[in-house]
Write a protein that binds this ligand. Structure first.
Ligand code: PLP
Length: 439
């Protein structure tokens, strides 16, 4: 029977049915995108689209201008060096010093085609460096595509949800895995996609100490660099600094993406930074597999060479210019993206006003930061039902299931595409939802 819902019930129902996925908590982001696109096209109604983690701000002008200048200067006909152009390598080392207070030589700062590629190459390297250590460990929830990368590589991984293991409890949980001797790396994002938890310094210290004890590599994914807005990380050379495991171990790789911080996702530009010690460390098993024993050399001249022979030449000029302007104190890179935190604060209030709960809501004793993502659940509804029911009310989000969360009733909400002009619509739809599904 047809019901009175904010978006035409019959259209929504038929489009969901056309997907042929009985449990929408198992749908991929792209499947949700597809169903919402179809409903919007047929009804003309605009959704509150929270399913995709894409930038919702214009690209940083310092980047586009530097990139245009580089193109006009003719760089497009020229292969950049595989490890990255010197300007980018130097400015990355400077940026890391200025905003993290970590020393690294430019050699270890390597250009990649998005952090997707930096991740792929790192995962391949850590999975090949020691035959006795054949398994990576994710601190979840996490970015599902990274697990897909492991599957493509054909390498093993394990994971656990950090939800119940915050603070000192993290040590025992990590030791449970590490003490078996087969773990090669620990992978996490900070701030975290999808939950927006931010590991504290105490937790990063635990990870660093255990990385030393068990000789594993930490892959710290900083796709949301500086975006824990509870603190201001934007002044070069001044604390507070973006927290990092690099303060506690030399076994680290950082992935720093331009996509979200500089709204530069389209140009697929990022850097991976490998600690000096790890860059120059020799692994006989890498020699056997790739014909190069040094970790950094194998990543650059075996893996990145095979994957794409480097990253976009003009994109590298863009990222170098943005890092430089930030380090010179001429560009406050945190200021523009603070908008996401403001949106999240308002949206979280609306969701909780109408009966929703925030799933990941604490960093130990501190309230979670407001940022690019937040997580929601509706008591009494499982994840698949919640995604489906919300679609009738013009709201779209994805399940936490694919992210390795044990909270499979929860959804990830991304604020980036929601304009402030949509907040009235959001409130109206949530109110109707709460009236129709009282809890
Ligand atoms: C945690 C995390 N890592 C990596 C990426 C990918 O970054 P890039 O666009 O630089 O490939 C994303 C993008 O959403 C992300 O959320």
């Amino acid at each position: 029977m047809s019901k009175n819902t904010p978006i035409n019930f019959d259209v929504v129902k038929s489009k969901i049915e056309s997907l042929n996925i009985p449990d929408l908590s198992k749908a991929t982001i792209r499947e949700i995108v597809k169903v919402v696109d179809m409903i919007q096209a047929e009804t003309g109604d605009k959704y509150i689209r929270m399913e995709m983690g894409v930038p919702g701000l214009p690209p940083e002008k310092i980047g586009t201008e530097a990139e245009i200048a580089a193109l006009k200067a003719g760089v497009a006909n020229n292969y950049p060096s595989i490890e990255g152009i010197p300007e980018l390598k130097n400015e990355t080392a400077r940026f890391i010093k200025n905003f993290m207070n970590i020393d690294i030589s430019p050699e270890g700062c390597v250009a990649t085609t998005g952090s997707m590629q930096g991740g792929y190459a790192s995962f391949q390297a850590v999975s090949s460096m020691d035959k006795k250590k054949d398994t990576a460990l994710f601190i979840d929830p996490g970015f599902p595509i990274q697990k897909q990368q492991f599957k493509v590589i054909g390498a093993k991984f394990q994971s656990f949800d950090a939800y119940d293991y915050r603070g000192e409890k993290l040590r025992d949980k990590l030791e449970e895995f590490l003490s078996k001797g087969n773990i090669n790396s620990i992978i996490f994002s900070n701030p975290n996609n999808p939950s927006w938890i931010c590991l504290t310094d105490e937790e990063l210290k635990i990870i660093g100490e255990l990385a030393n004890k068990y000789d594993v590599i930490v892959i710290e994914d900083l796709a949301y660099f500086g975006m824990d807005f509870r603190q201001d990380f934007s002044t070069p050379g001044q604390p507070p600094f973006q927290p990092s495991v690099a303060n506690y171990t030399d076994n680290w790789i950082m992935l720093i993406s331009s996509s979200k911080v500089f709204s530069y996702a389209g140009q697929r530009m990022a850097v991976m930074a490998i600690s000096d010690k790890l860059y120059n460390r020799s692994y006989p098993d890498l020699q056997e597999r790739f014909g190069a024993d040094k970790f950094g050399y194998a990543i650059v001249y075996r893996l990145l060479y095979s994957l794409s022979s480097g990253a976009s030449h003009s994109g590298q000029h863009a990222l170098a210019a943005m890092f430089k302007a930030a380090s010179d104190g001429k560009f406050n890179f945190v200021e523009p993206v603070k908008e996401y935190g403001e949106r999240a604060k308002i949206m979280k209030k609306l969701f909780t006003k109408y009966g929703f709960e925030i799933v990941y809501n604490k960093d130990l004793d501190q309230d979670l930061a407001d940022g690019f993502y937040f997580t929601i659940a509706y008591p009494g509804m499982n994840g698949g039902e919640l995604i489906e029911n919300l679609l009738y009310y013009g709201i779209s989000a994805i399940s936490l299931r694919g992210a390795g969360s044990t909270h499979v009733d929860g959804l990830r909400a991304c604020v980036s595409q929601i304009q402030r002009s949509q907040f009235d619509d959001l409130e109206y739809r949530l109110k109707r939802f709460h009236e129709d599904f009282p809890n």
